[in-house]
Design a protein around this ligand. Structure first.
Ligand code: PRP
Ligand code: ZN
Ligand code: MG
Length: 224
């Protein structure tokens, strides 16, 4: 029997969390998230909210484990590229572009690095979480490099001697500044999107999704 409640994945903790929860509230979805529980049931709609690491969200949607996911385009792009290489399912639909989560995916180096352009990165070791997006950029620029995959704390890599440069998300720039780094190349611009699993939902579930999409439109137009 198919799951009757609509399952939505959101980032548990990070740049997108607060805005995602705010948007759900503004859409009239009542849910108590003041617990450590991974799954929260909405009180007024047949919706379950799964709180997970952002990096897991695209895969959960592509594997059909959840129906919807709020995610940054960069994370979605990286997961798609990774799955293509591994021959794993990537199908999904982006059903809404969201008015939050703006960030850049940028290469940054030490403040005192004498940066002359992308060739200055030749043969350096670059730390990042998003190895495929970085690889595409470096190959297009035709600059050889070594990548160092870190799933977190990427910004400390240069000082820790793990890498010569980093490639990470920049929003306010506070993290770079706090770590004595400067942004030298913007390689990707991203905002948050709402993604849906590709297989058709039951009539009732799809109606609920359509209602949420209409409400998101209302909330986002009101803010413009
Ligand atoms: C990103 C990035 C930096 C921070 C940059 O992390 O990894 O840590 O945001 O933001 P700032 O320029 O405003 O300081 P994110 O919230 O995506 O979480 P994650 O690294 O845990 O996935
Ligand atoms: Zn992440
Ligand atoms: Mg981070």
């Amino acid at each position: 029997m198919p799951e009757q409640r609509l399952r939505i994945a959101i980032q548990k903790k990070g740049r997108l969390s607060d805005d995602t929860v705010k948007l759900l509230k503004a859409c009239g979805v009542k849910v108590n998230l003041n617990t450590q529980r991974l799954i929260a049931h909405s009180e007024n709609m047949p919706i379950d909210i799964l709180r997970v690491r952002d990096d897991d969200i695209p895969g959960l949607v592509m594997d059909g484990v959840v129906d919807l996911g709020f995610i940054g385009q960069n994370v979605l792009e990286e997961e798609s590229m990774m799955r293509k290489v591994a021959n794993e399912p990537t199908s999904h639909k982006v059903v809404k572009e969201l008015a939050f989560g703006d960030c850049r995916f940028s290469i940054a180096v030490d403040n005192d690095f004498d940066y002359q352009g992308v060739q200055s990165l030749a043969n350096l070791r670059i730390a990042t979480t998003y190895v495929h997006i970085l690889k595409r950029f470096m190959e297009e620029a035709n600059v050889p490099y070594t990548s160092c995959m870190l799933t977190g704390s990427v910004e400390v890599a240069p000082r820790a001697g793990l890498a010569d440069a980093i490639c990470d998300l920049v929003s306010t720039g506070a993290t770079l500044e706090a770590n004595g780094l400067k942004e030298v190349e913007v390689i990707y611009r991203s905002t948050a999107v709402l993604m849906q699993r590709d297989e058709p939902l039951t009539g009732e579930k799809q109606e609920l999704v359509d209602r949420i999409l209409t409400r998101i439109d209302g909330v986002q137009t009101a803010k413009e």
